[in-house]
Structure formats: C-alpha cells, structure tokens
Design a protein around this ligand. Structure first.
Ligand code: FES
Length: 293
C-alpha cells in the first residue's frame, strides 16, 4: 500500500477546481488514456496578467487527482512568469510528499502547466510537446525530459527515473540508455542497486520454478505495473505455461497484450527460464476485453 499524507487524501476526497474554464486563456494537455494518466489544465488571466482561475480534468489515480488539485490552488494569483517557476518538487512538497512511485504525477502537473503557458504565449499546441530524442518508446519520454527530472530531483538510479517520468517502466528496453544518462549527469553519485532476484538457475524443480516465478512477479514485474495503477496475479503454472490475470488499470489497458509479452514474459525468461511463456487467464481476459470494448 502507498503511504499517503493527510493533505493528499484531503485533496483526493475533496478536489478543488475540477472542470474546464470556458474560453480559457491557456490550455495544457499531457499524457494519454492508453498509458493510464492524462491531465488537461485550463486557466484564465485577470486584467493585470495574473492567473484568476484554473481548473483541471484528469484521468488517473489518487495522486494524479491530488497533485492536479493543489497545482490549480498554487498557481492562482501568480503571474505567468511566477507560475512557470513551479517545479514538480514544489507540487509534491505542497502535499507533504508523495510516494516515490507516484512522483510522475507531480511531473505531469508541471508539464501540463508549461504546455498551458506555452499555449497562451505562442498560441501553439495545447499538447505538451516533446523536446529531444525519444529514449523510451513505451511512454514517449525523451533524453531531455529524463535529464531534467534527474537534475531537478537529484535522481541517481534508473528506478528513480522510472518513478518520476515512467521511462523504463514498460518493456525495459531503454533502461541501459537511461542508466548512461544517469551516469553522465551524476557520475560518482550513482547508486549500486543490489539484484535481489537470483539469476536463472540450472535445472529447476517444479516447486522451485513456481517460487522463482512468484518472486520475479513480486519484485520485478508488479512494481512496474503499480507505477501505472495496475497489478498482476499469478493464477497457475502448467509446465512452461504461466497463467496470469491483470488487475486495476492493466485490466482496462489496450496495451495488455504488449505488457504480457514485453514485460511479463521477458522478465520471467530473464530471471527464471527461457522456456516460459505467458497467457492471460481466460476469465480475466474476457472481462478485460469487455471493458476495453
Ligand atoms: S522503451 Fe522504455 S520501457 Fe519500453
């Protein structure tokens, strides 16, 4: 379970400024429903150029709702130059902190605000624009965005980068590239991460295989899915077939097929056995299909 502050819970249960401003001066959008988090921020200025009103709509978890709510409160009364100085850390601090795995919600708020200010100033696109080269294709995160969250939050591991901007939390194919960026910026400060799951053993007994599968799900797969509000349950192991059920956001996500092969199966092959393959439990697959229709 995540540890939420009282302030975060209060903003989650009583979010301020939900909705959309009619004829706004600025509109910012970030995220996508397919990835589980999306935020739309609108604001209106007064005659002196200060933010008179701000509203949000979000599709996301408790942290996404609470961070969006406080952000709209924080920026009211500010000039656009002052609002542009608000960092994701300011948003998290205002809430008395966020679970590490949810820090990407504060980054999403900062990005939506920047997009809305750019939209006002340049009349440009409302959608948060990518700058730099895409490093993580699963979540569309660029090298510039990764460098920025590392600098602003003093991050020293790939997992921390995943917590702050999702990069590396899907198939994992970009983690080597992220590691190089972390090393380039942090040098000696890079933390050594102990690998707790044993590398693949030789021949496995059935019991040992099931234990390793469960351990790999618990330590390597579930944390990545939880970052996006999802979860996974081991249903059965029949020979080399591993049957799983997706829960939470993963059960509603159109990327479930991708997640199953590129995240779950790849991790089980890496840590348990090359011969394993993964199938979704029939009942949960049917429910997911109905939900996605
Ligand atoms: S490319 Fe980054 S997690 Fe897949």
């Amino acid at each position: 379970m995540w540890e939420y502050t009282d302030k975060l819970k209060e903003h989650f249960f009583n979010p301020r400024n939900v909705g959309e401003i009619k004829h706004p001066d600025g509109v910012g959008e970030v995220g996508s429903l397919a990835c589980g988090d999306a935020l739309r921020l609108t604001f209106k200025l007064d005659e002196s150029g200060r933010i008179k009103d701000a509203k949000f709509k979000t599709f996301g978890c408790a942290s996404a709702i609470a961070t969006s709510s406080v952000l709209t409160e924080m920026i009211k009364g500010l000039t656009l130059d002052e609002a542009a100085e608000v960092t994701n850390k300011d948003i998290a601090d205002y809430l008395g902190g966020l679970p590490e795995q949810k820090m990407h919600c504060s980054v999403m708020g900062r990005e939506a605000l920047e997009a809305a200010i750019e939209n006002y100033k340049g009349g440009g696109k409302k959608k948060h624009e990518l700058h730099g080269n895409v490093v993580c294709t699963c979540f569309g995160v660029t090298d510039k965005e990764i460098e920025r969250v590392i600098h602003e939050n003093n991050l020293t591991t790939v997992d921390e980068v995943t917590n702050y901007c999702k990069a590396g939390g899907g198939c994992g194919g970009c983690r080597g590239e992220i590691e190089k960026i972390v090393e380039k910026i942090q040098g000696d400060k890079v933390k050594e991460i102990p690998v707790t799951v044993p590398r693949r053993a030789g021949k496995l007994t059935n019991i040992h295989k099931i234990q390793l599968i469960q351990q790999t799900i618990n330590e390597q797969i579930r944390p990545a899915l939880r970052t996006h509000g999802g979860n996974i349950e081991l249903i059965d192991v029949e020979g080399n077939k591993v049957v799983v059920a997706f829960r939470g956001m993963c059960a509603q996500c159109r990327l479930t097929e991708f997640t199953m092969k590129d995240v779950v199966e790849a991790k089980l092959k890496e840590f348990v056995s090359d011969e394993l393959f993964v199938e979704e439990d029939k009942d949960s697959a049917q429910q997911s299909h109905n939900h996605r229709e």
